[in-house]
Design a binder for this molecule. Structure first.
Ligand code: NAD
Ligand code: TDX
Length: 331
């Protein structure tokens, strides 16, 4: 099978490339990635001889069309993915997340190619802390940020292309991922690398916001399960019952790295900060028989800390710039 993986030099996409090559020896993998600040060809080190890496833009039809024509399956991870950046400049979020998805959909429509769309639980907005409800496939869309609204728009394009043009697509909306190769602008790797540098972790606001953590490897096994057994046109929510508030996560990172669990700083909150995300994964588990491998967040987090300690050369070049940007906004 010839698989085109967009955003395969980013966090989840690179892990997906590694897992696909391990688990599917027959797969021929092409990665289309613009190598933005978030993409890193080093994330594909060790498999570069088995992957064709094309540096290009998913919003460029001339680049996308021949690649889709040569593929049996497109898995679309490429996106501008960071909420804080979307508050500073939404422009690339609109071009990559909306026009990029539109461009891929037009290409898969032309060539009759199977398509899987990677999305986020943030399209559903947020939940109250004391709400017993979780997001399901039927929760109405209600995105809060420029990032999540462009992801929501991209999901709606996919659904419309299925209904109007019979494009053979499935969609998945996953909760917060953690694991190796995550850019250090994101919450967990930012705090781990701060501690390696002797800097206190930074908690936005009071740290009561809840995220539903899933190991990236589990996200990707679910994506393959949906590609293999999901129904065309359907959406599946991916999550692993990993709800924790940010304060608890920071305290656990501090403890696992041998520090006083209370030795962190409160910094300026994110404007419009979503309070809580939570996934009901019943459909994925019951209809498709998926289950997570990483059920113990503590040990998954310990592995992730070890990975950042062992791979300083991978993240060090970005650290000063990321922290300077946060410092300029009081974070
Ligand atoms: P990331 O920012 O780490 O990686 C994104 C990748 O896309 C990078 O390699 C980047 O170079 C590439 N890219 C950006 N713009 C591009 C363009 N115009 N053309 C081609 N490539 C481009 O993101 P991630 O965290 O790996 O997220 C991947 C996908 O998963 C996104 O669609 C995101 O919305 C979704 N998602 C992420 C999470 C999470 O917790 N990180 C959770 C749910 C869903
Ligand atoms: O330094 C920090 N301190 C802090 O308290 C940072 C960077 C974040 N936070 C908070 C904000 C969030 O409540 O931690 C939580 C997680 O923040 P992010 O890592 O920025 O993730 P989030 O905004 O929840 O979005 C992530 O999950 C859903 C991904 O970045 C998205 O791409 C995905 O769709």
């Amino acid at each position: 099978m010839r698989v085109l993986i967009t955003g395969g030099a980013g966090f989840i996409g690179a892990n997906f490339v590694h897992q696909t090559l391990e688990d599917r020896p027959d797969a021929e993998v092409t990665v289309l990635d613009k190598l933005t600040y978030a993409g890193n060809a080093e994330s594909l080190r060790g498999v570069s001889d088995r992957v064709k890496l094309v540096e290009g833009d998913v919003a460029d039809a001339d680049t996308v069309d021949p690649l889709v024509a040569q593929s049996d399956l497109v898995v679309h991870f490429a996106a501008e993915s960071h909420n804080d950046n979307s508050l500073n400049d939404p422009t690339p979020f609109v071009t990559t997340n909306l026009i990029g998805t539109f461009t891929l959909l037009e290409a898969v429509r032309r060539h009759g190619t199977r398509y899987h769309h990677i999305s986020t639980d943030e399209v559903y907005g947020d939940l109250e802390l004391d709400d017993p409800a979780k997001f399901t496939e039927h929760t109405p869309y209600n995105p809060s940020s420029p990032y999540s609204s462009t992801k929501a728009g991209s999901d709606l394009l996919v659904r419309a292309w299925v209904r109007s043009f019979n494009v053979a697509a499935t969609l998945s909306n996953c909760s917060n991922n953690y694991g190796p190769y995550q850019h250090i602008e994101k919450f967990i790797p930012r705090q781990i690398t701060n501690l390696i540098d002797g800097v206190k972790p930074k908690l936005y606001g009071a740290g009561q916001n809840v995220r539903d953590w899933i190991h990236v490897r589990d996200h990707n096994t679910a994506v393959w399960r949906i590609i293999d057994a999901g129904q065309i046109g359907e959406t599946y929510l991916i999550g692993a019952d990993g709800e924790m508030n940010n304060k608890e996560v920071v305290e656990l990172i501090l403890e696992l790295m041998g520090h006083d669990p209370h030795d962190y700083e409160h910094v300026a909150d994110r404007p419009g900060h979503d309070l809580r995300y939570a996934i009901d994964n019943t459909r994925l588990c019951e209809e498709l028989g998926w289950e997570p491998e990483f059920k113990d967040f503590r040990s998954g987090l310990a592995d992730t800390i070890a990975w950042y300690k062992e791979n300083e050369a991978w993240w060090r070049p970005q650290k000063a710039e990321v922290e300077a940007k946060y410092a300029a906004q009081g974070q």
